[in-house]
Structure formats: C-alpha cells, structure tokens
Ligand binder design. Sequence first.
Ligand SMILES: [Zn+2]
Length: 202
Amino acid sequence: MRKLPEALSAVVDQLSRLPGFGPKSALRAAMTFLRWPEGETRRLGAAIYDLRDKLHLCAHCGALTDVNPCSLCSDPARSRDMLCVTADWDSMLSIEEGGFYSGLYFILGGLPAATAGGRDDGADLERLDERITGGDVGEVVLALGATVEAEQAESLLSARLRRRRPDLRISRLAQGINLSQEVRFVDRDTLRQSFKYRQSLE
Ligand SMILES: [Zn+2]
C-alpha cells in the first residue's frame, strides 16, 4: 500500500488495534470519518476524549461510571448483604440485564491467576479484601464463568475470602452454563437459573 499521510496513518494504526478491525477496515473507517460533515467527525473525536476525561472506575464495584460511587452502588434499594464477583464489566451488565439480582457487584477487571509460588496476584484482590471486611456482606457469589481459568480463579478467591472472613457464605454459579463459557456470553434465562441454583463452596 502507498504510504498514507501521517495524520491518516495515525488514525488507521489506532483503529486497526480494535477487536474485529484489520488495516483495511481501519482505513475504511478513517475514510468514512473524513467524508462525514466536519462537525460530526469532531464530535466523535470529542466523545472519545471524554471517555478518558469523564469516566472512571467506581471506587466500590469497579464499574465504569461518571459519578462515584456509581448509581448502582448508591442505590438504597439494592441489598447490601450479597456481593456478586464478576471478571469484567460486560459480565456484570449481562447479569444486571437479567433483572433477577438485587445485590451489589465487585468487578475484578480480569481473572486472578495463581503464580508459580502459589500466591495470587493482582491489586484488585486487596480491594476485594477491604470490600468484604468493612461492610455488611454476608454472601459472595463468584460469577466467573465455566472456563478452566475461571474455575481456578474461583478456588483461589474462595480460599482467600475464607481466610479473611471464615463466616462468609461463598457460592458459585450453578454449572448449567456450558463448559468454557464466559458469563458475558451466557443468555439471560441460563444466567437466572445458574444464579438461583448457585452452589455453596465449602
Ligand atoms: Zn459501583
């Protein structure tokens, strides 16, 4: 391909890093921005800028929010007794869309992995420790999915939580969801069932 002008290649390089984008579709998208009326292209640029400027992570649950704590964490109608731990924000949204869960969430921002020394890593686990020691949480539901990594993370987390709060009820989603499925891809009815029949972890 002929060398692109620098302003264009800068956008194409960034866009081609998006999921589902390659260099060709990135170039097509960049050319579309150029064909748009100037105001629209500028609005898109400003909106992307605002993503970093106006959104941050809720200090309680880790969800993306423009108010802190987020509207869900500050909702007095949500039960404080139950904390649902998910790997990512998408998973939380899937559960929330189901409308069957009325407790609070904690988003890990990735699955913790056991390191060679048998220790867990990830700063967010310390946030989770604080979350379960300070508040009114009586039960933690680990909703990490049915992948091998998720199961390893669940054992690691339940052991860790148990050490800090021996009285805590810890459960995981029932295994109605297909093997190797991530929570964010599970349909609403299956999620509702696996929540209802969640299994207690000893
Ligand atoms: Zn929150």
